[in-house]
Write a protein that binds this ligand. Sequence first.
Ligand code: HEC
Ligand code: HEC
Ligand code: HEC
Ligand code: HEC
Ligand code: HEC
Ligand code: HEC
Ligand code: HEC
Ligand code: HEC
Ligand code: HEC
Ligand code: HEC
Length: 313
Amino acid sequence: MSTRCMRNSCLQAVCSVVAGIALALCLTIPAAAAESPAYVGSETCKTCHEEIYNNLQKTPHFAIETGARKGWEKKSCESCHGPGAKHAESASADDIRNPAKLTPVETDHTCLTCHLNQRTPGGRIASGHAKDQVGCTTCHFVHGTAGAKLVEHKKSEINARCSTCHISEWAAFNRPYKHRLPEGAMSCVDCHNPHATFNVDSMRTSFGNEPGCLQCHSDKRGPFVFEHAPMRLEGCGACHEPHGSANPRMLVRHEQSLVCLECHANISMPAGQNTKIGGVPPAFHDLRTSRFQNCTVCHVKVHGSYVDRELLR
Ligand code: HEC
Ligand code: HEC
Ligand code: HEC
Ligand code: HEC
Ligand code: HEC
Ligand code: HEC
Ligand code: HEC
Ligand code: HEC
Ligand code: HEC
Ligand code: HEC
């Protein structure tokens, strides 16, 4: 047999396969349409899953069952589990969607059909943790089984949830100078939105686009006549460790002057390489004397001043 011949027969084979698929498609499409997924309603689910039904009744999600708003009245179970007629007949796990067995992204997709971009006190809801393989159901327990909550609002409970994974962040709050999370006075979601924001590290903002820190530290907001440049350019993290620090005032350096001198030192650089950021302190600043170790004794308005260019008052 010549190669050409072989190629022809190959082509023929391919053609007949394609025709076969086309035929199969023609046959199966109407068949599938006839078998389109069917809903049975929650009452049917209840006959076999009564405990779950009763528990769900006590959670906010029962609003799906009773309210027509979302379009799932009397079939709330299937709003998350998908059409259940087949499963209600077979009682087989293979015939029903179980979010616990899906990938985090798929689970989130289920929840976000109703919750995407919903506004909450903590910001809009997006799928922020899913890229880290953490889905909605890691933090939210839908059925209220065994007392598990749909949403935790108590600060200590939120902190406990977050710190199961973020061990090193939690450790920072046990340093001597820190925000008072271990005492339950604040929680992670005061500063972060667990559902993500457009900002680095899912930081929350207040008043639209200000750093969330200003919600509580509003005296640092300004607008100041004489700003201190890093406040706006780098933000609070230029000088503070926001979780907690071994240094007083949660500063990034043990000695205050070292925080300042990182930007304000007259360190000589190789010719042509000026890496200095801030201005050089005037000559009378004798850094060898203890008097100048604590810059903010004189520069008291280090966060910005209304009256003084040198941030002295
Ligand atoms: C005739 C009884 C019966 C009805 C009706 C029924 N289920 Fe089930 N369901 C079962 C049984 C039995 C299992 C356990 C299957 C297994 O573990 O193999 C189950 C398991 C499940 C699971 C877990 C599947 C998994 O992957 O582990 C979900 C979710 C579920 N049912 C939802 C529903 C919903 C939603 C409805 C209503 C649309 C419903 N069931 C109606 C008997 C029923
Ligand atoms: C808001 C979404 C949502 C609704 C509404 C919902 N479920 Fe679920 N269901 C889930 C999720 C998520 C899981 C996975 C386990 C978990 O995270 O709690 C689950 C798991 C299950 C399971 C597996 C066993 C278990 O407890 O883990 C069954 C059975 C089940 N659901 C039945 C029902 C029935 C019956 C209804 C209606 C009364 C219902 N679900 C309504 C989201 C929902
Ligand atoms: C069919 C629509 C729908 C789906 C799907 C859905 N929800 Fe909801 N969810 C609601 C409604 C309705 C409420 C009641 C409060 C409201 O009106 O916003 C609610 C409330 C909540 C609340 C807030 C409870 C409170 O105290 O305010 C959380 C948390 C929540 N859902 C998480 C989830 C999670 C997680 C999933 C996915 C497993 C999910 N939802 C899927 C409709 C839905
Ligand atoms: C890392 C944990 C975590 C994940 C993942 C998460 N949430 Fe939340 N969610 C929370 C916490 C904590 C709150 C409470 C915030 C507060 O009290 O300000 C909350 C609040 C909510 C609320 C508002 C409840 C209210 O009364 O304000 C809804 C709705 C909600 N989440 C839905 C979702 C959905 C949908 C997903 C998945 C896309 C999701 N969450 C993923 C932790 C999480
Ligand atoms: C199941 C584990 C788990 C839980 C619970 C959890 N996280 Fe995460 N989180 C992760 C992982 C994994 C990452 C990605 C790696 C990293 O940055 O540490 C992450 C990343 C983050 C980031 C980095 C910025 C970003 O968006 O990527 C922040 C902020 C964060 N989580 C806050 C929280 C808060 C607040 C809570 C509690 C409401 C929480 N996490 C609960 C696992 C978890
Ligand atoms: C006072 C506000 C504040 C609180 C409270 C807070 N964070 Fe943060 N967090 C920040 C800031 C600001 C950053 C950015 C750090 C930086 O740029 O150096 C950050 C960064 C992170 C990151 C990114 C990784 C890293 O270390 O840079 C994770 C993860 C995180 N925080 C988790 C948490 C968890 C979990 C809690 C609660 C136990 C929490 N945060 C409480 C302000 C806060
Ligand atoms: C929810 C309110 C709240 C938010 C948001 C907040 N803080 Fe605070 N902060 C406080 C409180 C309250 C204290 C005082 C703590 C104490 O006395 O133990 C404090 C203390 C501090 C201190 C130390 C003051 C001292 O005297 O030692 C610094 C620095 C600080 N915060 C910086 C920040 C930064 C940076 C952010 C944003 C990343 C931020 N805070 C966000 C409430 C907040
Ligand atoms: C250029 C460095 C720098 C930046 C940027 C900075 N701080 Fe400070 N901050 C300091 C120093 C230094 C102190 C200690 C002052 C003292 O001991 O008198 C301090 C003290 C504080 C204190 C406690 C004393 C007080 O004045 O209330 C708070 C709260 C605080 N800063 C919050 C913030 C917040 C919020 C931001 C961001 C909006 C920020 N800081 C940005 C350097 C900085
Ligand atoms: C992240 C870098 C950075 C840090 C840290 C920093 N500064 Fe500045 N500072 C600047 C910049 C940039 C300017 C604006 C310089 C200019 O306009 O030429 C400035 C301006 C000043 C001014 C106003 C005088 C002038 O040159 O315009 C004073 C006073 C000052 N800083 C003091 C401090 C003190 C005190 C600290 C420590 C608590 C500190 N700075 C920490 C970057 C920094
Ligand atoms: C004893 C009070 C005092 C202390 C402490 C002090 N300064 Fe000053 N600093 C001043 C005065 C006063 C001026 C304004 C001088 C002028 O107007 O010529 C000034 C000016 C400055 C300027 C502005 C220079 C310019 O070009 O305008 C910088 C930057 C500065 N100081 C940084 C620091 C740093 C960094 C420290 C800590 C290492 C520090 N200062 C400690 C009193 C002090």
